[in-house]
Design a protein around this ligand. Structure first.
Ligand SMILES: [Zn+2]
Length: 481
């Protein structure tokens, strides 16, 4: 029976530094593609503790990196995130209050805690392995722009996760469990049409409306729904639809997201949508351009890793919240018109990898590269879905502090097992073969690097995170604001 006191103490010893990191990233609150300060601050802490930083910019993402310690097998990975969301800046108050810094971005999904938890676990693990002369390699991955689905998938495409034996990640939430679901693969397409402008009253016959093309396209796309699997999803957003009612629009632009249960299914329907864009252009005498913005694979679970991580979480969670913290959480719930249940004080059930959810995550590409598992732990009030001001508030005060330290402990304990129990890695790899049916990793992205952030619409709808799928399983789906 492994004694985890040593690894626990290593996390406790750096608890202040973990929180300093979480607070800095919370204050920087940088959205995807712009996380320069957050990513540098995180990498600097790992460097201070003896990790070697390499591969800055891997996957064509300026704010990505890999930090490595040790050598030889096993090689274990830990995923770090640090991107914030627009419009969710908030003070550490249980009311909707602008952040004192004036920054309107905020960590409403708690990626500042993902950063501090993963880095806390990595440093504690490295120190413990070194002291106890346990061999192997620990690789920590700085993963940008998760909310835009353009981080780990591009890093995986660039080969970042090759050679790992297993990989761990984490995400805060309103409850305590493990990320062991099958979520959807997805693609985002930007479809543009160029037509001919004309005065809509004087000489409309000289024009060719790009908006008509968009309309034909969307009618066809909506009809396609009848021929989609029940687990598939289709969403779209009209980004450009003309500028004046008396002008025949010569430009229209639509963002379309398709999700399905597998890469094959997504590719099939993506090609159908591309045909529709061409058909819409033909029928309106316009010209279409289709750009694949991003594609991510379905997340596959791993039952042995889930069981291991859940076991450690049961030792550390639920957190013994203070009366002040419970009052803070209840005040947020009251403000949002929800039942005042406070913070979670129990473990939620352990999902199995067979559970299907409709959300997507860029963890998908990692889970197809290597056996992967994540901890989900309470860091915001029960019943609240992420991407809310109330979550931002919790992630900058003592609720976030206590959550990240305890999550780092359970994550470090799982990491220690991977270094000391070869049979756990064997079981995880056996399950991985089953989950992926022995198929090799193949990216859904066509480009070796993502189009720059400026090409991506900043509308909230494009921001999505793995946690949505996990919460959907537990019936938390309503994004109240
Ligand atoms: Zn998130």
């Amino acid at each position: 029976m492994t004694d985890y006191t040593g690894i626990d103490n290593e996390v406790t010893a750096i608890a202040d530094e973990i929180w300093d990191l979480a607070r800095h990233v919370w204050e920087f609150a940088e959205i995807g593609f712009t996380e320069t300060h957050s990513s540098a601050y995180a990498a600097a802490l790992l460097e201070k503790y003896g990790f070697k930083i390499s591969d800055r910019g891997i996957g064509g993402l300026d704010t990505s990196w890999i930090a490595t310690w040790g050598k030889g097998k096993p090689t274990i990975g830990i995923l770090v995130e640090y991107d914030a969301l627009p419009g969710l800046g908030n003070d550490t108050q249980p009311t909707r209050t602008p952040a004192p810094s004036g920054n309107t971005n905020g960590h409403g999904c708690g990626h500042n805690l993902i950063c501090s938890t993963s880095i806390g676990a990595a440093i504690a693990l490295k120190t413990h392995l070194e002291k106890n002369k346990i061999h192997g390699t620990l690789k920590v991955f700085g993963c940008p722009a998760e909310e835009k689905m353009t981080g780990k998938n591009y890093m995986a495409q660039a080969g970042a996760f090759k050679g790992l034996d297993a990989c761990l990640h984490n995400h805060p939430g309103p409850l305590n469990t493990v990320w062991n679901f099958h979520s959807t693969a997805m693609v985002d397409l930007i479809v543009e049409w160029n037509g001919t402008t004309a005065h809509a009253g004087v000489s409309p016959w000289l024009g060719r409306s790009a908006v008509h093309a968009a309309e034909v396209f969307l009618v066809a796309a909506n009809m396609m729904r009848e021929q989609m699997l029940p687990t598939a999803r289709l969403h779209y957003q009209i980004l450009d639809g003309g500028v004046a009612v008396n002008v025949i629009p010569d430009y229209a632009r639509v963002l379309v997201r398709y999700r399905g249960p597998s890469a094959e299914n997504v590719t099939q329907y993506k090609n159908w949508l591309i045909d529709m864009a061409k058909g819409a252009a033909l029928s309106t005498q316009t010209k279409e351009t289709v750009t694949l913005i991003t594609g991510t694979l379905d997340v596959v679970g791993n039952d042995p890793l889930a069981k291991n991580m859940y076991g450690h979480m049961e030792r550390y969670f639920p957190i013994d919240w203070t009366d002040d913290e419970q009052a803070f959480a209840k005040a947020i719930q009251k403000e949002m018109g929800l039942e005042e249940k406070g913070m979670a004080d129990a473990m939620a059930g352990m999902p199995t990898s067979k559970v299907e959810v409709g959300g997507s995550s860029d963890v998908g590409d990692v889970s197809w590269s290597v056996p992967t598992m994540g901890a989900v732990y309470a860091a915001w009030p029960q019943g609240i879905s992420p991407h809310q001001w109330g979550c931002t508030a919790c992630h900058g005060m003592s609720i976030g502090h206590r959550a990240t330290v305890q999550a780092a402990q359970s994550m470090a304990a799982s990491g220690l097992d991977l270094f000391t129990q070869p049979e756990l890695i064997e079981a995880a790899q056996e399950d991985f073969k089953k989950q992926t049916k022995g198929q090799p990793y193949k990216s859904l992205n066509e480009l070796p690097k993502p189009p720059g952030g400026e090409m991506l619409p900043d509308e909230r709808d494009r921001y999505e995170c793995c946690i949505h799928g996990a919460l959907e399983h537990f019936g938390i789906t309503d994004a109240k604001t």
